[in-house]
Design a binder for this molecule. Structure first.
Ligand code: NAD
Ligand code: IPM
Ligand code: MN
Length: 366
């Protein structure tokens, strides 16, 4: 089959890891007889440098005209001044809103052979297999009013957390549906002891629980959840939360897996359906990593696993997604380690070498 994919590498390590994601996509195409028409576009800081804005109409057009979008990361010190009028991150937020991808699915898998690479004790992370469903197009990131203004009492900075019932319901449904296909446990995370938005969130989740009697629903306050994620990570199955909480909890959860560089994500405009074609945005959960950008040492696994999610959820290619995940499994088992997951005595491989290893494994059947 033939597919059209938009590729937006962005800034810093974004293009470095996305290149390896693209190579993995092409490898799976060769192995299974598919072809991919790739359309590259600018987003973020590079787009500000070239065009003055972080998301141009041309790039927006790519979002509309392709089967799926593979994205890297945006941002960096060059565009970070607190007084900057335009910021790379605005391009990312506009892209998510434009695509209507309200459900950001971030799977966290712990590979037994990375136990040594983790800072946590092996018996704590053993058996961890969870998914964070992060609300992606609402809350503090989008609601108005927001901004900075002069007042008689000095400058005021303002952001608003607001959720409608409908926004909560559609993302919590993704959580319930994913839980149904897994271990049937859903942890809804909120701050209902303080925030009105969270009290509404909890009420909606509780009401929806009646539609899903087979799913065990628990409510956990976000601060407590941050603690329990480290103390009893294996007991979580699906976690669903609002935008900001989900952002923070998923970076924290990456420590369970050993590195931020390992985690992929799928951003969708509905409940994922395996085996069908429908649009989506795919990106590793990490950022542009200015501290290692340009050195060729970033871990490309998060991008490559995002490609696995892309072929499964947006292109209807179930076997192909599994083949990519098997290939990652295999090379990690065979001790291929980028610097972020290298342990004493193992020679770290570069971004490209890690890509080479995973691609070879895809070509040999995963
Ligand atoms: P970051 O995720 O870029 O990096 C955090 C730490 O993790 C760094 O030490 C980095 O070296 C390491 N790391 C991240 N990805 C890695 C990889 N693939 N391999 C090895 N190590 C990796 O977070 P930050 O430093 O707080 O943010 C840097 C910039 O990235 C900021 O401008 C931020 O806005 C942006 N950002 C963008 C996205 C995105 O576009 N989706 C996500 C997060 C941060
Ligand atoms: C992420 C990032 C972004 C977010 C930033 C760069 C806007 O941290 O994708 O997790 O907070 O959503
Ligand atoms: Mn983040």
């Amino acid at each position: 089959m033939e597919f059209n994919i938009a590729v937006l590498g962005g800034d810093g390590i974004g293009p470095e890891v996305t290149d390896q994601g693209v190579r993995a996509l092409e490898a799976v195409g060769r192995a299974f007889g598919h072809s991919f028409n790739l359309s590259y576009g600018d987003i973020g800081g590079i787009s500000i440098d070239k065009h003055g804005i972080p998301l141009t109409d041309e790039t927006r057009g790519l979002l509309d005209s392709n089967d799926a979008v593979l994205f890297g990361a945006v941002g960096g010190p060059k565009w970070d001044s607190p007084d900057a009028k335009v910021r790379p991150e605005m391009g990312l937020l506009d892209m998510r809103a434009h695509m209507g991808v309200f459900a950001n699915i971030r799977p966290v898998k712990v590979y037994p052979w990375l136990a040594e690479s983790s800072v946590l004790k092996p018996h704590i992370i053993e058996g961890v297999d969870l998914v964070v469903v992060r609300e992606l197009t609402g809350g503090l990131y989008y609601a108005l009013p927001r901004g900075r203004r002069e007042t008689p009492n000095g400058i005021v900075g303002e952001d608003t957390m607001r959720y409608t019932e409908g926004e909560i319901e559609r993302v919590v449904r993704v959580g319930f549906e994913l839980a149904m296909g897994r271990r049937k446990k859903l942890t809804s995370v909120d701050k209902a002891n303080v925030l009105e938005c969270s009290r509404l969130w909890r009420a909606v989740a509780t009401r929806m629980g009646e539609e899903y009697p087979d799913v065990e629903l628990e409510h956990v306050l976000v601060d407590n959840c941050a603690m329990q994620l480290i103390q009893r990570p294996a007991s979580f199955d699906v976690i669903v939360s609002e935008n900001t909480f989900g952002d923070i909890l998923s970076d924290e959860a990456s420590v369970l897996a050993a590195s931020l560089g390992l985690l992929p994500s799928a951003s969708l405009a509905g409940v994922p359906v395996v085996g069908q074609r429908s649009g989506g945005l795919y990106e590793p959960i990490h950022g542009t990593a200015p501290d290692i950008a340009g050195k060729g040492i970033a871990n490309p696994t998060g991008s490559i696993l995002s490609v696995a999610l892309m072929v499964r959820y947006s292109l209807g290619l179930t076997e192909e997604g599994a083949a990519i995940e098997r290939a990652v499994d295999k090379v990690l088992e065979q001790n291929a380690r980028t610097a972020d997951i290298a342990t004493e005595g193992t020679e770290p491989v570069s971004t490209i070498e890690m890509g080479d290893r995973i691609i070879a494994a895809i070509e040999s059947g995963g």
